[in-house]
Design a protein around this ligand. Structure first.
Ligand SMILES: [Zn+2]
Length: 206
Protein backbone atom coordinates (compact mmCIF):
# COMPACT_ATOMS: atom_id res chain seq x y z
CA UNK A 1 0.00 0.00 0.00
CA UNK A 2 2.85 2.35 0.83
CA UNK A 3 4.09 2.18 -2.78
CA UNK A 4 1.01 4.04 -3.96
CA UNK A 5 1.91 6.95 -1.70
CA UNK A 6 5.38 7.46 -3.15
CA UNK A 7 5.92 10.61 -5.21
CA UNK A 8 6.95 9.80 -8.77
CA UNK A 9 10.40 11.07 -9.85
CA UNK A 10 10.29 14.08 -12.20
CA UNK A 11 11.88 12.07 -15.03
CA UNK A 12 9.08 9.48 -14.86
CA UNK A 13 6.50 12.27 -15.05
CA UNK A 14 8.18 13.83 -18.10
CA UNK A 15 8.41 10.46 -19.88
CA UNK A 16 4.75 9.71 -19.07
CA UNK A 17 3.51 12.99 -20.50
CA UNK A 18 5.67 12.47 -23.62
CA UNK A 19 4.09 9.03 -24.13
CA UNK A 20 0.61 10.49 -23.66
CA UNK A 21 1.31 13.15 -26.31
CA UNK A 22 2.26 10.42 -28.80
CA UNK A 23 -0.96 8.48 -28.24
CA UNK A 24 -3.35 9.08 -31.13
CA UNK A 25 -6.97 10.08 -30.62
CA UNK A 26 -8.15 6.62 -31.72
CA UNK A 27 -5.92 4.87 -29.23
CA UNK A 28 -7.08 7.19 -26.49
CA UNK A 29 -10.70 6.37 -27.31
CA UNK A 30 -9.85 2.67 -27.16
CA UNK A 31 -8.23 3.11 -23.75
CA UNK A 32 -11.26 5.03 -22.48
CA UNK A 33 -13.57 2.34 -23.88
CA UNK A 34 -11.59 -0.49 -22.23
CA UNK A 35 -11.47 1.41 -18.95
CA UNK A 36 -15.26 1.91 -19.09
CA UNK A 37 -15.76 -1.76 -19.91
CA UNK A 38 -13.59 -2.82 -16.98
CA UNK A 39 -15.41 -0.44 -14.67
CA UNK A 40 -18.77 -1.78 -15.89
CA UNK A 41 -17.81 -5.42 -15.34
CA UNK A 42 -16.41 -4.66 -11.88
CA UNK A 43 -19.60 -2.82 -10.99
CA UNK A 44 -21.64 -5.77 -12.24
CA UNK A 45 -19.53 -8.19 -10.19
CA UNK A 46 -19.76 -5.98 -7.11
CA UNK A 47 -23.54 -5.80 -7.48
CA UNK A 48 -23.72 -9.58 -7.65
CA UNK A 49 -21.50 -10.04 -4.61
CA UNK A 50 -23.70 -7.72 -2.62
CA UNK A 51 -26.91 -9.42 -3.70
CA UNK A 52 -26.93 -13.22 -3.28
CA UNK A 53 -30.19 -13.40 -5.23
CA UNK A 54 -28.55 -12.56 -8.54
CA UNK A 55 -25.77 -14.29 -10.44
CA UNK A 56 -23.78 -13.69 -13.62
CA UNK A 57 -24.05 -16.54 -16.12
CA UNK A 58 -23.94 -17.16 -19.87
CA UNK A 59 -26.98 -18.22 -21.88
CA UNK A 60 -27.01 -19.54 -25.43
CA UNK A 61 -28.89 -18.32 -28.49
CA UNK A 62 -31.08 -20.42 -30.79
CA UNK A 63 -27.97 -21.56 -32.67
CA UNK A 64 -26.33 -22.92 -29.54
CA UNK A 65 -23.81 -20.08 -29.45
CA UNK A 66 -22.69 -18.81 -26.06
CA UNK A 67 -23.79 -15.26 -25.30
CA UNK A 68 -21.84 -12.73 -23.22
CA UNK A 69 -22.13 -13.06 -19.43
CA UNK A 70 -25.24 -11.40 -18.06
CA UNK A 71 -26.85 -10.89 -14.69
CA UNK A 72 -29.92 -12.97 -13.86
CA UNK A 73 -31.90 -13.95 -10.80
CA UNK A 74 -30.91 -17.06 -8.89
CA UNK A 75 -33.50 -19.84 -9.03
CA UNK A 76 -34.61 -20.61 -5.49
CA UNK A 77 -37.54 -22.91 -4.73
CA UNK A 78 -38.88 -24.58 -1.59
CA UNK A 79 -37.81 -28.17 -1.18
CA UNK A 80 -41.40 -29.36 -1.66
CA UNK A 81 -41.53 -27.70 -5.06
CA UNK A 82 -38.31 -29.37 -6.21
CA UNK A 83 -39.83 -32.71 -5.20
CA UNK A 84 -42.84 -32.01 -7.41
CA UNK A 85 -40.78 -30.89 -10.40
CA UNK A 86 -38.19 -33.70 -10.35
CA UNK A 87 -38.34 -37.47 -10.40
CA UNK A 88 -37.26 -39.12 -7.12
CA UNK A 89 -33.87 -39.99 -8.66
CA UNK A 90 -33.33 -36.48 -10.04
CA UNK A 91 -34.30 -34.97 -6.70
CA UNK A 92 -32.05 -37.30 -4.72
CA UNK A 93 -29.05 -36.45 -6.91
CA UNK A 94 -29.56 -32.81 -7.92
CA UNK A 95 -31.04 -31.51 -4.65
CA UNK A 96 -29.74 -34.17 -2.28
CA UNK A 97 -26.13 -34.35 -3.54
CA UNK A 98 -26.46 -38.00 -4.49
CA UNK A 99 -24.45 -39.94 -7.05
CA UNK A 100 -25.91 -42.26 -9.65
CA UNK A 101 -24.29 -45.65 -10.20
CA UNK A 102 -21.53 -45.84 -12.79
CA UNK A 103 -22.56 -46.90 -16.31
CA UNK A 104 -26.25 -46.48 -15.34
CA UNK A 105 -26.90 -42.84 -16.28
CA UNK A 106 -28.59 -42.09 -19.60
CA UNK A 107 -25.75 -39.86 -20.83
CA UNK A 108 -22.59 -41.77 -19.95
CA UNK A 109 -22.37 -43.18 -23.51
CA UNK A 110 -24.35 -40.44 -25.23
CA UNK A 111 -22.60 -39.00 -28.29
CA UNK A 112 -25.09 -36.74 -30.09
CA UNK A 113 -24.11 -33.09 -30.72
CA UNK A 114 -25.93 -30.58 -28.56
CA UNK A 115 -26.07 -29.00 -25.16
CA UNK A 116 -26.51 -30.43 -21.68
CA UNK A 117 -28.47 -28.11 -19.39
CA UNK A 118 -29.38 -28.11 -15.71
CA UNK A 119 -32.31 -30.45 -14.93
CA UNK A 120 -33.58 -27.96 -12.34
CA UNK A 121 -33.30 -24.52 -14.00
CA UNK A 122 -32.33 -25.23 -17.64
CA UNK A 123 -29.09 -23.24 -17.49
CA UNK A 124 -26.75 -24.51 -20.24
CA UNK A 125 -23.86 -26.33 -18.59
CA UNK A 126 -21.85 -28.48 -20.98
CA UNK A 127 -21.50 -28.86 -24.72
CA UNK A 128 -21.23 -32.25 -26.39
CA UNK A 129 -18.10 -30.86 -28.06
CA UNK A 130 -16.34 -30.97 -24.66
CA UNK A 131 -17.50 -34.51 -23.83
CA UNK A 132 -15.02 -37.36 -23.77
CA UNK A 133 -15.00 -41.02 -22.81
CA UNK A 134 -13.30 -41.14 -19.42
CA UNK A 135 -14.03 -44.84 -18.93
CA UNK A 136 -15.46 -44.04 -15.49
CA UNK A 137 -19.09 -44.76 -16.38
CA UNK A 138 -20.19 -41.17 -15.81
CA UNK A 139 -20.61 -38.49 -18.49
CA UNK A 140 -17.35 -36.56 -18.53
CA UNK A 141 -16.41 -33.16 -19.95
CA UNK A 142 -13.14 -31.24 -20.05
CA UNK A 143 -14.83 -27.82 -19.67
CA UNK A 144 -18.25 -26.21 -19.08
CA UNK A 145 -19.86 -24.04 -21.76
CA UNK A 146 -18.91 -21.03 -19.64
CA UNK A 147 -16.90 -20.90 -16.44
CA UNK A 148 -19.59 -18.66 -14.93
CA UNK A 149 -22.25 -21.38 -15.20
CA UNK A 150 -20.60 -23.95 -12.95
CA UNK A 151 -19.39 -23.18 -9.44
CA UNK A 152 -17.22 -25.44 -7.31
CA UNK A 153 -16.86 -26.13 -3.61
CA UNK A 154 -14.54 -28.33 -1.61
CA UNK A 155 -16.35 -31.51 -0.62
CA UNK A 156 -14.96 -33.51 2.32
CA UNK A 157 -17.80 -36.05 2.51
CA UNK A 158 -17.21 -39.82 2.65
CA UNK A 159 -13.66 -39.31 3.92
CA UNK A 160 -12.53 -37.93 0.55
CA UNK A 161 -11.35 -34.49 -0.42
CA UNK A 162 -13.09 -33.69 -3.68
CA UNK A 163 -14.32 -30.60 -5.50
CA UNK A 164 -18.08 -30.56 -5.92
CA UNK A 165 -19.58 -28.77 -8.93
CA UNK A 166 -22.96 -27.04 -8.80
CA UNK A 167 -25.20 -25.11 -11.17
CA UNK A 168 -24.45 -21.42 -10.67
CA UNK A 169 -28.10 -20.40 -10.99
CA UNK A 170 -29.93 -22.90 -8.78
CA UNK A 171 -27.16 -24.67 -6.80
CA UNK A 172 -28.13 -28.08 -8.18
CA UNK A 173 -25.52 -30.72 -7.41
CA UNK A 174 -23.92 -31.77 -10.71
CA UNK A 175 -21.00 -33.98 -9.73
CA UNK A 176 -17.29 -33.38 -9.10
CA UNK A 177 -14.30 -32.04 -11.00
CA UNK A 178 -10.90 -33.75 -11.01
CA UNK A 179 -7.51 -32.70 -12.38
CA UNK A 180 -6.88 -35.85 -14.42
CA UNK A 181 -8.73 -34.79 -17.56
CA UNK A 182 -7.49 -34.45 -21.14
CA UNK A 183 -6.16 -31.40 -22.94
CA UNK A 184 -6.77 -28.52 -23.32
CA UNK A 185 -7.83 -28.02 -19.68
CA UNK A 186 -6.51 -31.14 -17.95
CA UNK A 187 -9.81 -31.22 -16.03
CA UNK A 188 -12.44 -33.94 -15.83
CA UNK A 189 -15.92 -32.73 -14.96
CA UNK A 190 -17.60 -35.92 -13.77
CA UNK A 191 -21.37 -35.49 -14.10
CA UNK A 192 -24.51 -37.24 -13.01
CA UNK A 193 -26.82 -37.80 -15.98
CA UNK A 194 -29.78 -37.21 -13.67
CA UNK A 195 -28.65 -33.61 -13.08
CA UNK A 196 -28.85 -32.73 -16.75
CA UNK A 197 -31.27 -32.51 -19.66
CA UNK A 198 -29.99 -32.81 -23.23
CA UNK A 199 -31.01 -30.64 -26.15
CA UNK A 200 -29.92 -31.76 -29.57
CA UNK A 201 -29.40 -28.89 -31.96
CA UNK A 202 -28.51 -29.12 -35.62
CA UNK A 203 -26.45 -25.97 -35.41
CA UNK A 204 -24.96 -26.66 -31.99
CA UNK A 205 -21.19 -26.58 -31.59
CA UNK A 206 -19.56 -29.55 -33.29
ZN1 LIG B 1 -29.64 -25.04 -12.31
Amino acid sequence: MSNSLKILPWGTFVRSTAILRRISGGTLKLIVFLASLTWGLETLAATTNMNPKVVIVCFVNDHGEILPAAQTNKVVKPDAEWRKLLTPEQYQIARGKGTERAFCGIFHDHKKPGLYSCICCDLPLFSASAKFDSGTGWPSFFAPVAKENVVSHTDNSFGMRRVEILCARCDAHLGHVFDDGPKPTGLRYCLNSASMVFKEKKSAQK
